[in-house]
Design a protein. Sequence first.
Length: 298
Amino acid sequence: MTFYSFLGSLEIGLIFSLVALGVLISFRILNFPDLTVDGSFPLGGAVAATMIAAGANPFLATAVAVLAGALAGLLTGWFNVRLKIMDLLAGILLMTALYSINLRIMGKPNVPLITEPTVFTLLLPELLPDYVERPLVLLVVVIAAKLLLDWFFSSQIGLALRATGANPRMARAQGVPTGLATMAGLALSNALVALGGALFAQSQGGADISMGIGTIVIGLAAVIIGESILPARRLVWVTLAVILGAILYRFFIALALNSDLIGLKSQDLNLVAALLVTFALVLPMLRRKWRSGRGAGG
């Protein structure tokens, strides 16, 4: 792997770290299988790219994209809490609707940003090569998101969200409005995913209607890989593990696709992703068997 490929993998891994943090909130903290992610990721990219192409400030466009993602998550929660639609089906409904909404926002299947200013060009204009500058900016964004999440989930509101996911009946007995907590958690989750989509569009030079396909798989893979390599109970370490999982996931894919020995090509991307997720799911079981075998042998 070349240095350029290394930085490119790091850049994409950091972007999908934000997606993985969002998936962590919905799947692990709220225990809510939210498939809205596949729609809110391109939603963030569509909103940001369309506004930037229309002449808006990239920071304002990114902020509006985050708000759009939060609204999408809020609607998913509203479908589940108020309309009593099953959690999985609520996410599928929003994901399906967002495909048409994203097309409406962009007005066409893709919006290029090759010649437009982005948050990367405005933060460090011509100080560093763009392939070095983008990972540095993204690293700061991801660290800030992690620290803010750690602080939020140690606050009273954050603890209420965690209690809602862990034991909703007990949370209601303690006076926690679990319905509002679920909607707020999903809004936060999809806001992070949309932020990742907005930064992805600006990093890759445009937004495309198909850029969200498989996003939920990548997010889940990052969570599972992170939990496998750094098992922890404290949320501070869990968020760090998820970030590392997203970065390692991209590195594994880059190594597999750039290995002449294996002979994989770009069309094998989904196959490599499926194999990585399968390995991450099986790894904890293999680790337990290995430990039990050592114990029996001792």
